[in-house]
Ligand binder design. Structure first.
Ligand code: NAP
Length: 265
């Protein structure tokens, strides 16, 4: 078993990473940051997002586990005092893997070039300077609406508890192969109209966003923000790839929702 451990970088997470590393080596597991079979993130959900983007080229070959050193996370659901138990489970127990859907974003530029991104939580589009975003939204090749507002958010099921939730989106169980579009402060009046409700699209539906005006746009893919110019259109769909989490005990999604947002026992 080859492993890699990523820390959030604070002293608590770094210390736990060192402890975990020495346990793993005691159990004759090999540290391999290039080609790990298991990637362990120590910190929070944000750290797991970073781990995902570090190893997104190896999704077929590795599984992820998250340990939280702050509050309970959706991806980071192991506690610091459980690390011995976790190492023993990694060493001795058959690894059960659960898969969560991702979002594929393809940005097509006017010159014909295109760039592809994978998101674990969400992809968003806004203008670069806070001006109103005006875009045409097409679903399955059919014009759906002309959106005016701050932006649009396309969330995965597991990302539905993050930015999507703050935007009034629904929480989606990660076993659903779907993506959710939520509006960020749409303009709605007698002249301009958007649907106003979050949309949940199945895997075989593709959504295109086409800017009405030229300019610079701010795209986010999880925690990563980048500025883009000369965008012709952006295609969003549920990706063919999935992220795999190593599961050594049951921790149902709705229990995590309850413990995170309602009350933890
Ligand atoms: P951050 O701004 O430092 O933290 C955002 C918060 O979102 C953290 O508390 C993080 O948890 C939590 N989080 C991340 N993924 C989550 C998930 N799937 N379900 C529930 N909570 C989640 O940024 P970051 O840590 O680098 O994370 C980037 C994410 O922040 C983006 O993907 C976006 O979803 C989220 N975000 C949220 C808002 C908002 O709610 N208004 C605005 C912008 C971005 P940990 O503390 O455990 O890391």
């Amino acid at each position: 078993m080859k492993f890699a451990i990523l820390s959030k970088g604070d002293s608590k997470s770094d210390a736990l990473k060192q402890k975990m590393m020495s346990y793993m080596k005691d159990f004759e597991m090999i540290e391999d940051t290039e080609a790990p079979d298991i990637v362990i993130s120590v910190g929070g959900d944000g750290t797991l997002l970073q781990a995902f983007h570090t190893y997104s080229h190896r999704l077929d070959d590795c599984s992820f586990v998250g340990i939280h050193t702050g509050h309970l996370g959706f991806y980071a659901d192991w506690l610091p005092h459980e690390v011995e138990k976790l190492v023993i489970a990694i060493k001795n127990e058959p690894m059960l893997r659960i898969e969560y859907p991702l979002i594929e974003t393809i940005v097509r530029y006017e010159q014909g070039r295109e760039t592809r991104f994978l998101a674990l939580n969400e992809a968003t589009i806004k203008t670069h300077n806070g001006a109103t975003l005006v875009v045409d939204v097409d679903i399955r090749g059919q014009h759906f609406e002309r959106f005016r507002g701050d932006g649009l958010c396309l969330s995965t099921p597991s990302g539905s508890t993050a930015y999507n939730k703050a935007l009034g989106g629904a929480l989606m169980h990660p076993s659903l192969e779907a993506m959710q579009m939520t509006e960020i402060a749409s303009i709605n009046n007698r002249v301009f109209r958007t649907v106003g409700s979050p949309l949940i699209l199945p895997k075989h539906h593709t959504l295109h966003v086409t800017p009405v005006n030229k300019g610079k746009f701010m795209l986010t893919i999880d925690h990563i923000t980048s500025e883009h110019q000369g965008i012709k259109s952006i295609q969003y769909r549920v990706a063919d790839e999935k992220i795999r989490f190593a599961r050594f005990r049951p921790f149902p999604f709705w229990k995590r929702v309850h413990d995170s947002f309602i009350a933890s026992e």
